[in-house]
Write a protein that binds this ligand. Structure first.
Ligand code: ZN
Ligand code: ZN
Length: 264
């Protein structure tokens, strides 16, 4: 790659949570080039929605178009990578493995991720999470998150995992208050990290939490520091959904790599 650092987590309008007239590859490429950083496009790839929803950008095998577009751009730009943020489903491991067999080599980078396990209730949407919490006790939502995350890591389907404690995006003391019976001990996140180390899986240092009331990355700097001392391998992602946001994050991404490379 051309530059020293890479932002591994960029969303364009190939992601279903970005509108059709949202940012395209070239919009980010211009900014990345000017600021000397490599970028990896990491679009949401969710089997369930790809099958169910005709408006999903990857509906009807469009993944081949996605790859073709990026491969064409790669002929001009040597600082871009093709990637996907692939949703993990505990009851669809075989299909996910098949997908990795088919496309794992076609893409530069694939990150496993968990946003929801009860369809249409992503815990990364504040509104949907609140609806979910009306049906299921908070304790169970948190416990389920960690249990399924553990399953994802143990499945070894993915060599990289994204934002391992994103369950706290909205559930934290600055936002939706944690109920007393919930176990939000840092050890739970540490255990996931240690499981990644054991299975040789790289962990994302996802900076997006800084834009939410939790105001910290996923996982926190303290947890990253601890896991680092236990030889965990990290990659940094801004989780940008807009070019403006990406631009603002570039110096933080570079600083994050300095932190990861330091002994502190
Ligand atoms: Zn995500
Ligand atoms: Zn993302």
């Amino acid at each position: 790659m051309k530059f020293e650092h890479t932002d591994y987590h960029i969303h364009t309008n190939w992601s279903a949570d970005i509108s059709k007239d949202g940012p395209v590859f070239e919009d980010y490429i211009k900014i990345a080039e000017a600021n000397e950083i490599n970028i990896c496009f990491l679009e949401h790839y969710e089997l369930y929605y790809i099958e169910q929803d005709k408006t999903n950008p990857f509906y009807d095998s469009k993944i081949d178009d996605y790859l073709e577009e990026i491969d064409e751009l790669k002929e001009t730009y040597n600082f871009i990578l093709s990637g996907l943020e692939v949703e993990y489903y505990r009851d669809r491991e075989i299909e996910l493995m098949e997908f990795m067999d088919d496309y794992g080599k076609e893409l530069d980078f694939i990150g496993g991720t968990i946003h929801e396990w009860i369809y249409r209730y992503p815990i990364t949407s504040r509104e949907k999470l609140l609806e979910l919490l009306e049906k299921i006790p908070m304790k169970q939502v948190i416990d389920d998150y960690f249990e399924i995350s553990e399953m994802m890591i143990k499945s070894k389907i993915f060599k990289n995992v994204c934002h391992i404690d994103t369950i706290y995006r909205y559930i934290n003391d600055n936002d939706i208050k944690v109920l007393e019976d919930c176990n939000t001990s840092e050890d739970r996140t540490l255990d996931l990290g240690r499981l990644c180390i054991k299975n040789k899986i790289h962990i994302e240092y996802n900076l997006s939490g800084l834009r939410f009331p939790i105001k910290r990355p996923f996982p926190s700097k303290e947890i990253v520091r601890q896991l680092k001392s236990e030889r965990a391998k990290f990659f940094v992602g801004s989780d940008s959904h807009s070019v403006k946001y990406f631009q603002e994050q570039i110096h933080k991404v570079k600083k994050a790599y300095q932190f990861l490379g330091s002994n502190k």
